[in-house]
Write a protein that binds this ligand. Structure first.
Ligand code: NAP
Length: 327
């Protein structure tokens, strides 16, 4: 009997080598893919969840030049359509980048999918990191235990659950104030807890929120504990000026105190700031030649959809120049 080995010769599948791998499909990554695809570069986007990123945590975009008001989901839908038109661009969803290695003039991006059951090595000639950032936690008792039971980091996702209820918003930046304004559609009362007496948020948002009949402020206060057994019942806070504590009775606590960049997997690969942001030059090139970064994972002075998109375009342009040995 003939051995199985000589019966049929199975051709070895050659895995494609991409020009560019993009980690992350938020506004920065999607824009980088748009520019890479239009430059006819074979591009693969690896996205941990679904395309959109943090922009999907907000309901409406109203400060993108040329767009008066547009639902964030609609904006992401248009971006996806633009990319679907480019045969050079592939998107892999629920594909989480674990590591990037440089070997023999190529980058090997290790990506896991199917809840960690499947691992793949994706090879490319350049990499663009656009992994964004995750909402920061307060780090106080009760927060983890009651996450999903009244503690939330996304008003767009959970706001409708608080119709005619009382909620607390923690934070004083653009996100906190935008989300407080969004929550007023549902909740009957919103208390914004801020650790000082002046909001960090942009003037236009401050003007909208101050004086709103549904939104009240607990100034100079820091959260101490999320109170509740099965669900959130309140938030215990301390006034930093007089040290007095009180518990704000509420059904939900929405936390918007900033973001932490999603770059832990790059700690041994790239130069990062103390807070973990990727350091780049004006071409968006990181400390590793051929690896670029854009969007909220990168150290920059101003985080907006428009800046993320601008950086995505520059990163793709620079990556294309890098592939031509021009930078
Ligand atoms: P942020 O600007 O860093 O503001 C975080 C807020 O939380 C600040 O008010 C800060 O207080 C407070 N905070 C920080 N740590 C805290 C803690 N441990 N306990 C209590 N309070 C704490 O974050 P963000 O509002 O998420 O905005 C992030 C970036 O995205 C910004 O550049 C922002 O402009 C941008 N963004 C833009 C838009 C828009 O253009 N429509 C929307 C959302 C976000 P202090 O003020 O005292 O530091």
């Amino acid at each position: 009997m003939m051995s199985l080995a000589v019966l049929r010769k199975v051709p070895k599948m050659n895995k494609p080598i991409y020009d560019i791998v993009i980690a992350g499909a938020g506004p920065a990554g999607l824009t980088a893919a748009l520019y890479a695809g239009r430059s006819r570069l074979k591009t693969r986007i690896l996205e941990k969840f679904n395309p959109g990123g943090q922009i999907l945590l907000t309901e409406t975009i109203e400060n993108f030049p040329g767009i008066f008001q547009m639902k964030s989901v609609e904006w992401v839908g248009v971006m996806r359509k633009q990319l679907a038109d480019l045969k050079e661009v592939e998107i892999s969803e629920e594909a989480s980048v674990k590591k990037i290695e440089a070997k023999d003039g190529l980058f090997k991006t290790i990506v896991v999918s199917q809840g960690g059951r499947h691992e793949e090595v994706v090879e490319s000639k350049a990499v663009i990191i656009a992994t964004g950032a995750q909402p920061k936690k307060m780090g106080i008792p009760g927060e983890d235990a009651l996450t999903g039971r009244g503690v939330s980091y996304c008003a767009t996702c959970d706001g409708p659950l608080y119709r005619d209820k009382e909620v607390v918003v923690v934070g004083g930046g653009d996100t906190a104030i935008e989300e407080a304004l969004y929550l007023r559609k549902f909740a009957k009362k919103i208390t914004v807890v801020h650790r000082r007496e002046a909001l960090r948020a942009t003037a236009v948002l401050r003007e909208r929120v101050l004086g709103d009949e549904k939104i009240v402020f607990q100034w100079d206060s820091v959260p101490l504990e999320v109170v509740g057994k099965m669900r959130v019942e309140g938030l215990r806070v301390r006034n930093v000026k007089n040290n007095q504590e009180n518990t704000l009775s509420c059904d939900g606590v929405f936390v918007f105190i900033g973001f932490t960049p999603d770059t832990a997997f790059l700690r041994s690969t790239l130069d990062l700031s103390d807070a973990g942001y990727i350091l780049t030059d004006e071409n968006m090139m990181s400390s590793a030649t051929g690896i670029f970064a854009c969007g909220d994972c990168r150290l920059r002075p101003f985080s907006q959809v428009v800046t993320a998109c601008g950086e995505g375009a520059i990163a793709a342009f620079a990556a294309a120049k890098f592939l031509e040995n021009k930078i």
